[in-house]
Design a protein around this ligand. Sequence first.
Ligand code: BES
Ligand code: MN
Ligand code: MN
Length: 469
Amino acid sequence: MNDQVNHYLEQNADRFVDELKEFLRIPTVSADPACKPHMTRGAEFVYRQFSNLGFQAEIVPTAGHPIVYAEWLKSPGAPTVMVYGHYDVQPADPLDLWTTPPFEPTLRNGCLYARGATDDKGQVFTHIKSAESWLRTLGKLPVNLKYVIEGEEEVGSRNLEDFLNARKKRLQCDVAVVSDTSQYGPGQPAITYGLRGILAVEVTVTGPKKDLHSGVFGGSVANPASGLAKLIASLHDERGRVRIPGFYDAVTPLTETERQQFRDLGFDEAAFKAELGIAEVAGEEGFSTQERRWARPTCEVNGMFGGYTGAGPKTIVPSKATVKLTCRLVPSQDPVVLTDALHKYLKSQCPPSLKFEFTSYHGCPAFVFDPNSPYIEAASEAIREAWGVDRVRLIREGGSIPVVQTFKDVLGLDTLLLGWGQNTDNLHSPDEHFSVADFHRGIKASAILWQKLAEMSHSPSVGTANRIC
Ligand code: BES
Ligand code: MN
Ligand code: MN
């Protein structure tokens, strides 16, 4: 890579970490209405990063949390790259399980601990600092860059599509880059070519209009908590398959080639079990752990509650019980169709003595990228150079990033998913962290990537570097 840029990265490494800490101190929990003012501060922090670098930047209000948009378009003839990331984070609770407070970033064992460290503030920051390193040394970038940094990814990106539609023309690009996934393992960087989709719902069943004495009334009225437990139990059969009628109808089955590719990656099941503290893996019969995580659809209970959950006993029949559910979807499954199928199925399983309420939150389809794209090769070269390894794995992942399919639908864009994190970084969990070494390697890979993408446009196999499918 360019010596001056590289030198700048080395000289400024510690300051990059300090600035990331400042970003992590802002509690940008998109799901929590009490964090509204912090969301504004978070957007302002991101905006200042860009405006200080001479980007044309703005904070775009939405019906929810603001989007930060910034562009630098002074490399005529060079490719234009869309960078997407999110400045919102998941709620930090349970707080008592954090070793140090979630919004007081702390360095420990070579990692920065804070909510959002890896998902996604630390990762998105790598693409800001890589642009800075070019602009502060050579005064220019090898490619044109457009950044969309949103504040609602963790709540389903509900206002992003409108934003993309409204600016369709201005947002034209050649390819998108997103760092919001994971490496295959420590020192084993990967490019993710597929993600699962998702649908998220909530179901409440109600019995008596208020909690009742379980001795005086118990046995004579339906218990909503028991009713809900039955509903939840009806979701899977004994082979671990989801029982919603039609659930598997549209599923694109895995090919034998892809199953072999998954096996060739190597997977240490014993280490996986030890890491998670489980005695056995579990899931749909007939599929390996990698297949279950990356390429099979699921239905999971995220939380269930109802009745008395405080200390000691309390003898009641609860009035209500609630479950929060998400299904992970694989290519060709439609979140709208399946939300409807889930609704109908659960309603049909609900005892008539209980009132049934169903709320749909959000959904997005699965995503797969052409693993033979020349963009993947350019990214792979950049990563190999930054990590000093000779192999970058091509993997799929089980998580979801709604924007990638929206980019495809609205802008015709394909997305390079370049994850600098680890799945063991405790994303969405207590003690979330990001390796400082991975943070710096990510910045370096990103800085090299701009160069590689610029060089690609001269390669005859790519032509105008526009549209790859
Ligand atoms: N960054 C994650 C997605 C992810 C993490 C993908 C690790 C692959 C590996 C993202 O912020 C996320 O958490 N997405 C949500 C979806 C959203 C609609 C709530 C998810 O997957 O639960
Ligand atoms: Mn994320
Ligand atoms: Mn997340």
